[in-house]
Design a protein around this ligand. Sequence first.
Ligand code: NAP
Length: 243
Amino acid sequence: MSNKNKVAVITGASSGIGEAIARKLSSENYVVVLASRSLEKLKEIQKDLKGESMVVELDVTSTESVSKAFNEISEKYSSIDILINSAGIMPLTYLKNRHLDEWLNTIEVNVKGVLRCIYSALPHMEKQKGGHIVNIASVDGKEIFAGGAVYGASKAAVIELSKAMRMELSPEYNIRVTAIEPGTVETDLRNDITDKELLDDKDYGGDESKLKPENIADAVFYAISQPDSVNVNELLVKPTGKS
Ligand SMILES: NC(=O)c1ccc[n+]([C@@H]2O[C@H](COP(=O)([O-])OP(=O)(O)OC[C@H]3O[C@@H](n4cnc5c(N)ncnc54)[C@H](OP(=O)(O)O)[C@@H]3O)[C@@H](O)[C@H]2O)c1
């Protein structure tokens, strides 16, 4: 099947990496479903897209919201071919500063949010006997650092979950699963950080070399545009100069 008419649902499509993925896939003739909490932002992005697209309100922290969004999508389209889990937050904190609400919210969005979307997409992919789930994890799921404990743990969970999904879902249902592990990307993700001590220690705006969201969109496109017989398991993408 060519890209044309393949339906790709992208969570976190209102900004950063998710937005870049939506723009890239639309330019490559996928039918794009932009999903996040910010309906107005999604509609603004949708105005720029040339091909068929849909916007849907979705809060990954609510099972009801995710389920409602997937119902709306399946009322409009007969298949869900690709799910890209890009919604995520990164309120980095030092453990000693005890930002419990932020820790729990990180797991709620980055891990439980991914599970909710997989749960809702799976019946469609099982019925179709095919599909592709792309989880935007992070290099931080592999290389932990002080301040990144809970965020890193959330992304490590997503990387391990992706492995298990390949084991369980690929042989029986022909579902491909890819974990993308970006290094630092120039987006608003760091605005979530409130731990003052950590912010004083680390310079997030400074000279650190960063990827563009479009670089990650290209990696996603590479993974999903391979022949059906090829599963790109993982892609770890860093700015040049970062080992
Ligand atoms: N930027 C980096 O350096 C980097 C590196 C590695 C991995 N990543 C991962 O890349 C993904 C995208 O991040 P980004 O850098 O593009 O950051 P971003 O620009 O802040 O985008 C985050 C997206 O997540 C959505 N989101 C947050 N909470 C949500 C919720 N409860 N329900 C639905 N959507 C929600 C936001 O949409 P709404 O606010 O509209 O809901 C927004 O579209 C994340 O999973 C992040 O962990 C980023």
